[in-house]
Design a protein around this ligand. Structure first.
Ligand SMILES: [Zn+2]
Length: 262
C-alpha cells in the first residue's frame, strides 16, 4: 500500500514538474518574432505585445499623443544624444496641415529621416474598441495618408498603439487587415525615475508623453540606462520586424478602402 502511494506521489511530482518546465519554456519564448502579420484569432501568439525579448539587453522608449512638439523634439534629441532611438505614436489629427504650427513639419521630417521611428496612436484619441469596424479601419489607417502628406513621401506606419491601450479581437482583426504589425502596449508607465528604473528590464517598452515632466524623467533615467548598457531601439527592432518592402507610392485612403472591397 505504502509502495503504491509513493509511486503515485512520484508520478504526481513528475507530472507537476513537467507542467512547470513547459510553463517556463513558454515564458522564455513568449515574444514571437514577426508574428504580427500572420496572426490568427485563435493563435496562441499575441498580436498585442507588452514587451520585447526578455533575453536581449534592449528596450524601447516610446512617446504617445505628441500634443506638445517642443517636448517631442527635446526628448528625441536627448535620446539620440545617448545613441538611442525612439518610437513616436502621434495622433493623426495632430499631423494634419491645419493642426501644424510653424516648425512642426520640420521636426517630424528630422525624426522620420533619423533612425527613430514613427507609428500611430490612431487618428483621434478615442477608445478604438468602442468604434464600429468601419471606423476602426478609418481611424487606424487614415493617419497613413496624413503622415505621407506631412512628410512629402511614403513613410510606412508599421505599428499602432490604440489610445488607452484598448484592444479586442474585432480591433485586432481590423488592424491586421489594415496591415499593422502588432498592437504595441507597454510594461513601464511612470514619470517617476526611480519607478521607471526599478521596472525596466530586458525587452521593456517604456511609455512617455510629450510633456515637460516626462522629459525631466528621461533626463534622469537615460544616464543610468546607458550606464547599464541598455540598447535603446525602435519598436520594430525590438520585435525583429522583417525589413520593409520598397514602396515609394504615397498612401491613398480611398484607394486602400476600395482595395479591401469597402
Ligand atoms: Zn494617448
Amino acid at each position: 500500500m505504502i509502495r503504491i502511494r509513493s509511486v503515485f506521489c512520484l508520478l504526481l511530482a513528475l507530472f507537476l514538474m513537467t507542467g512547470i518546465i513547459s510553463c517556463r519554456a513558454e515564458e522564455a519564448t513568449a515574444v514571437p518574432e514577426s508574428r504580427g502579420m500572420d496572426w490568427q484569432e485563435n493563435d496562441p501568439w499575441p498580436f498585442v505585445v507588452l514587451n520585447g525579448d526578455r533575453t536581449k539587453h534592449q528596450i524601447t522608449i516610446s512617446m504617445d499623443d505628441c500634443y506638445e512638439m517642443e517636448w517631442v523634439e527635446k526628448a528625441w534629441e536627448l535620446v539620440e544624444s545617448y545613441g538611442g532611438h525612439m518610437t513616436f505614436y502621434p495622433l493623426g489629427e495632430l499631423l494634419k496641415e491645419e493642426a501644424l504650427k510653424p516648425g512642426d513639419r520640420e521636426i517630424w521630417q528630422k525624426i522620420a529621416a533619423s533612425a527613430s521611428e514613427i507609428g500611430t496612436h490612431s487618428h483621434h484619441h478615442r477608445k478604438m474598441t468602442k468604434l464600429t469596424e468601419d471606423n476602426m479601419l478609418l481611424y487606424s489607417k487614415y493617419p497613413q495618408q496624413v503622415t505621407d502628406e506631412l512628410l512629402g513621401y511614403h513613410y510606412p506606419l508599421r505599428t499602432l498603439r490604440p489610445p488607452y491601450g484598448s484592444n479586442n479581437a474585432a480591433l485586432q482583426r481590423v488592424l491586421k487587415k489594415a496591415g499593422y504589425h502588432h498592437v504595441i502596449r507597454w510594461d513601464v508607465d511612470s514619470t517617476d525615475p526611480e519607478e521607471v528604473l526599478r521596472k525596466t528590464q530586458n525587452g521593456s517598452i517604456l511609455l512617455f508623453h510629450a510633456r515637460e515632466k516626462d522629459y525631466r524623467c528621461l533626463e534622469a533615467i537615460l544616464p543610468v540606462l546607458a550606464e547599464e548598457g541598455y540598447e535603446m531601439v525602435t519598436v520594430s527592432t525590438l520585435l525583429s520586424l522583417p525589413p520593409l518592402e520598397e514602396n515609394t507610392q504615397m498612401f491613398n485612403w480611398r484607394e486602400f478602402k476600395k482595395s479591401l472591397g469597402y
